[in-house]
Design a protein around this ligand. Structure first.
Ligand code: UDP
Ligand code: MG
Length: 342
């Protein structure tokens, strides 16, 4: 598996010597896409402020409201009124987590940015460990979900393996398996991500594509405090197709290879029929063979067309150049305006 070539995530063993200028970030930002997370945010945001404040000179918790239908906006506004360093970016409707995360990364102002779910599944203690690795000089620290594989069904694991194989075939960057959207990014990485123009947001792939020194930290996700996950099997399949069509041409090559193989086989079969008739004197029968091969090949052709159509759909989406999300409003920056001389 390609993932095995990556250095295993390790805990620092020696006391860390922070890189110059990385002792304590001036502004630490947390980007949190939220869809119907009122109940979770109401306890998570105060805890984040409490636990992260000692690690930065200033804090910015940017909540992206992805068209929530509950009180998410009210809860966040209430916390802002209480004076918490929270900002709210409201999207005009539900655009999906990947778009919400992109919106957050476009608006965020911190020198260090941590992206985290709003449901409390990403432990704050792990975010603090990520900061330690950043101080050592890593620009990207991604969270690796521990014990994820063991809990998955065989079919799911197989599907994951095929997915990573397809994604990694012939690419120059490594996509860490089991890494999710819980990660720390240095400002340089955020700026690099903003330059990627594509509509297809397979964030994990984009994070890997931009490069920069990266390392992983294992974590055990906490249970979701309230509500339930909004990701279902079909959604994950959709994301996998987005990932593959955005990063890999392997399926297209498989289609070409299949064409060559089928053509060669049919030539061999043609020669065999002539041979059978001329040299063995067998009468050519075979309505069954004919019917079976026609339906089989029609199936193969439709499948190949479907694969090509997925790529065509990708091109269609890209050429429209629609924005990825629409912002309804955004609370002002928390950075102190520069004091100008009187
Ligand atoms: N989320 C979002 N938009 C959506 C669905 C989810 O912003 O359309 C957010 C959600 O509020 C949470 C994060 O994405 O903060 C992860 O979602 P969830 O917990 O449902 O997924 P899981 O943890 O199962 O991967
Ligand atoms: Mg969750």
């Amino acid at each position: 598996a390609p993932a095995s070539t990556l250095p295993a995530p390790t805990e620092p063993t020696e006391p860390i010597t922070p890189l110059a200028g990385r002792e304590r970030p001036q502004l630490l930002s947390v980007v949190m896409p939220a869809y119907n997370e009122a109940r979770n945010l109401s306890w998570l945001l105060p805890r984040l402020v409490e636990e992260l404040s000692p690690h930065a000179q200033a804090l910015e918790l940017l909540v992206i409201d992805d068209g929530s239908r509950d009180d998410t906006v009210m809860v966040v506004r209430g916390l802002i009124r209480q004076g918490l360093p929270v900002r709210l970016l409201r999207l005009s409707r539900n655009f999906g987590k990947e778009a919400a995360l992109t919106a957050g990364l476009d608006a965020v102002e911190g020198d260090v940015v941590i992206s985290m779910d709003s449901d409390g599944q990403h432990p704050i203690s792990c975010a603090i460990k990520m900061l330690e690795r950043w101080r050592e000089g890593y620009d990207v620290v991604y969270g690796v979900q521990k014990g994820r594989r063991e809990s998955q069904s065989l079919a799911r694991r197989l599907y994951t393996r095929v997915f990573y194989w397809l994604m990694q075939k012939g690419s120059r960057f490594e996509l860490p398996a089991d890494a999710g959207d819980f990660r720390l990014l240095d400002r340089a990485v955020v700026l690099a991500l903003r330059q990627l123009p594509e509509r297809a947001r397979y964030m994990k792939g984009l994070f890997a594509w931009v490069g920069f020194p990266a390392t992983g930290i294992e974590f055990i996700p906490d249970a979701r405090a309230h509500g339930e996950t909004s990701f279902k099997f079909m959604g994950l399949l959709q994301l996998a197709v987005t990932g593959i069509t955005a990063f890999s041409k392997v399926p297209l090559r498989v289609v070409s290879a299949l064409g060559i193989v089928v053509s060669l086989l049919s030539v061999v079969f043609g020669f065999w029929i002539v041979f059978e008739k001329v040299f063995l004197g067998n009468e050519i029968s075979g309505f069954a063979t004919l019917a079976a091969s026609i339906t089989f090949l029609a199936g193969v052709q439709l499948l190949c067309l479907g694969i090509i159509a997925e790529y065509l759909g990708r091109v269609f989406d890209e050429v429209k150049r629609r924005p990825l999300y629409v912002t309804q409003d955004l609370t002002p920056s928390l950075r102190k305006p520069a004091v100008s001389d009187p």
